[in-house]
Design a protein around this ligand. Sequence first.
Ligand SMILES: Cc1cc2nc3c(=O)[nH]c(=O)nc-3n(C[C@H](O)[C@H](O)[C@H](O)COP(=O)(O)OP(=O)(O)OC[C@H]3O[C@@H](n4cnc5c(N)ncnc54)[C@H](O)[C@@H]3O)c2cc1C
Length: 274
Amino acid sequence: MQALKNEGLSPKMIDRFFRPLVGGIQLDADLTASRRMFDVVLHCLAVGSSAVPAAGMAAIPRQLAAGIPDDALRLNTAVAQARSGQVTTVDGQVILADNVVIATEGPAAARLLGLAPVASRAVSCVWFAASEPPFTQPLIGLDSCQSGPALNVAVMTNAAPEYSSDGRALIAAACPNLGARAYEGAYGSDLVQAVRVQMQEWFGTQARGWTHLKTNVIAHAQPESGPPFAPKRRVKLSDGLFVCGDHRDTPSIQGALFSGRRVAEMIQEQAVPN
Ligand SMILES: Cc1cc2nc3c(=O)[nH]c(=O)nc-3n(C[C@H](O)[C@H](O)[C@H](O)COP(=O)(O)OP(=O)(O)OC[C@H]3O[C@@H](n4cnc5c(N)ncnc54)[C@H](O)[C@@H]3O)c2cc1C
């Protein structure tokens, strides 16, 4: 926020554009996140294209897993303890390995490895289906009038028609900061009703007929990125014990992948005989 003011941007520009856009991306409606992280986000938006995988977000881990033999993967098995050379699953199995890489989200990694606690940014996402989309372009609608609780709204099927099996529009309304605590507003704790009323203000009576599909309440959606913010945090904890994920880099998919690559390169280097 201070950086935007220092750049001479008007309160109107900050409140109507940056707060709902960047506040929605960084789950930080108060714009308290680090200037460094803000610059990363703005740079990515300016030079890159925004996209979602047509096959859904799970396409990313599926693509990563495709290069690994099936029998090397053990899915849906939570790890209870981890140390150099071995992990123990919640059902008591001990798995030995030359290198252990903990790639869980920050709070779980901190618990497993005894690292400093990782604070969370929360979000609730309210999903609707509509016979007609409220707009047809692949845009993000911003809450420029601060009507809340949704800070931004996307018609996902405008970007990825594959996300609908029956031709209806899939609408996502993102409500940052809600997740760790329950919503309390003009409609009590009824977040769906509050978003529906907000959408009627934006798009008129059509929003009354939208079908509520689901609400995701995500207490840890991103690690906290307030100042002082230092990406490229340590990923090697000791010989044979590594940690990666968005909490070791920037709080993003890109950050998670970068930190994973740093770990992979370290392991590869130590495997090369002198
Ligand atoms: C609604 C929403 C929208 C987002 N939008 C974007 C976006 O547009 N662009 C972007 O870059 N980022 C976005 N993000 C952030 C992005 O999803 C994260 O930064 C990214 O997924 C972090 O990846 P990760 O591999 O570090 O952790 P995660 O993707 O959280 O994966 C950690 C995995 O560890 C598993 N796990 C946890 N504990 C254990 C245990 N004890 N044993 C075994 N496994 C365990 C979890 O089940 C999980 O599968 C969004 C996040 C949310 C919630």
